[in-house]
Design a protein around this ligand. Structure first.
Ligand code: AMP
Length: 379
């Protein structure tokens, strides 16, 4: 039997046009921008950053427009280079984002940023959504501080409502005599006092929501802070009841804010109860383990969400642990026989986050052993 030679029914173009490369404008070019940039490269996404720094960590991952975060003309230039705008830190002036209205979408939405920038607005939002949180008291005067001590008991922690991070802008009042010192230290700013939480440990819940409303959450990570700064994060935790509550909280936040992108919620664990501390409308240090320890990293999923691509799996691959490298990267960290070193390329300075090491293992016990070993080597 002879077969008739089939002829193409369509005439095909000589070359198939490459699909248009997607472009993301990122406000801030620090280490989180760098990690977004590295994930973008793997997705064939171009990044353009806006940052005032001379040679910020993300400089190797795309073009950097060197400008202050509220420079309207340069922000407009960023919009010209982008199909979507995002940010890598939460102190971006919310009003500056208006420049993008009608030009290019901004994700996560400004409303999330507005809440995360003011501890009072953030706490009211937690309350509104039924997310348990520590007792608090608004402080506008010295007398309010005295009232807070009576209402919440001592110790309590006084925090600036705005621009605080990594324990900065905080004062622990342990006894009545500390009230005056707290007022002298922070009294010039809008403040809030929080009940001192005697927690068992701290966790963070990281979730991602797509433009279509799909939500995925990563397994919880257990975080240890030193002097208010994140020191280690380990995931997963294997405490299903906590996982369930945290997932429900993060779903409420993401849905209420009509959120797009990655959001991190930090919580205190007190027995079987979770109390919300704060949320960050961005990728987060406590999710760095997802680069090696999850099917899809938080960085890739943030880009997927804001670019309307299908979200990737948030499942763990084994057990992961991350140790932050703060102030210095010891030579020994460069010749580890386990783990992955991430050097952000920043100049050393006390208290500065310069890099991190992530380890992965087949069991939680082995992961914890490796984390302890890395800690010994690097601190
Ligand atoms: P923050 O900048 O609010 O995340 O605080 C930094 C760290 O200080 C937290 O991760 C906790 O370890 C500690 N901290 C903050 N607020 C409280 C609190 N109300 N009670 C106990 N520890 C706290």
């Amino acid at each position: 039997m002879r077969f008739a030679r089939t002829r193409p029914t369509k005439s095909w173009p000589a070359t198939i046009p490459a699909s248009k490369t997607m472009r993301v404008g990122i406000i801030g070019a620090g280490q989180l921008g760098q990690m977004l940039g590295l994930a973008a490269r793997a997705l064939d996404v171009e990044c353009c950053f806006l940052d005032p720094g001379e040679s910020p960590p993300a400089a190797g991952c795309g073009t950097v427009i060197r400008a202050e975060f509220d420079d309207a003309a340069r922000l407009a230039e960023l919009a010209d280079h982008a199909d979507v705008i995002t940010y890598e830190f939460e102190n971006v002036p919310v009003d500056a984002l208006r420049i993008f209205d009608g030009k290019v979408p901004v994700y996560p939405p400004a409303e999330a940023l507005r809440h995360a920038q003011d501890r009072l607005a953030e706490k009211r939002l937690f309350g509104h959504l039924g997310i348990p949180l520590p007792g608090y008291h608004v402080i506008d005067s010295r007398a309010d501080l005295v009232a807070a001590a009576e209402k919440l008991g001592l110790p309590l922690v006084v925090k600036t409502r705005r621009l605080g991070y990594d324990g900065k802008g905080q004062f622990v009042v342990r006894e009545p005599a500390d009230i005056e010192a707290a007022w002298q230290a922070l009294g010039g700013a809008a403040l809030i006092a929080e009940q001192w939480v005697v927690f068992d440990y701290e966790v963070s819940a990281i979730g991602v929501r797509g433009v279509d409303g799909e939500i995925r959450t990563y397994p919880l990570s257990r975080n240890v802070h030193r002097g208010g700064v994140l020191h280690t994060s380990c995931s997963p935790l294997d405490v299903p009841a906590l996982e369930q509550s945290a997932t429900s909280f993060i779903q409420r936040l993401l849905t209420h804010l009509d959120y797009v992108g990655v959001l991190a919620l930090e919580l205190f664990v007190c027995g079987d109860q979770l109390l919300a501390n704060e949320f960050a409308p961005r990728v987060h240090n406590s999710g760095h383990w997802t680069i090696e320890g999850a099917e899809t990293s938080q960085f890739e999923n943030h880009l997927r969400a804001i670019l309307k691509l299908p979200l990737g799996s948030t499942a763990s691959i084994g057990h992961a642990g991350m140790v932050n490298l703060i102030g210095t990267i010891p030579e020994a960290a460069r010749s580890l026989d386990v783990g992955h070193l991430h050097d952000y390329g920043k100049s050393p300075r006390p208290g500065r986050k310069l890099g991190h090491v992530t380890v992965t293992a087949a069991s939680a016990a082995e992961r914890d052993r490796l984390v302890a070993r890395i800690e010994q080597i690097v601190t």
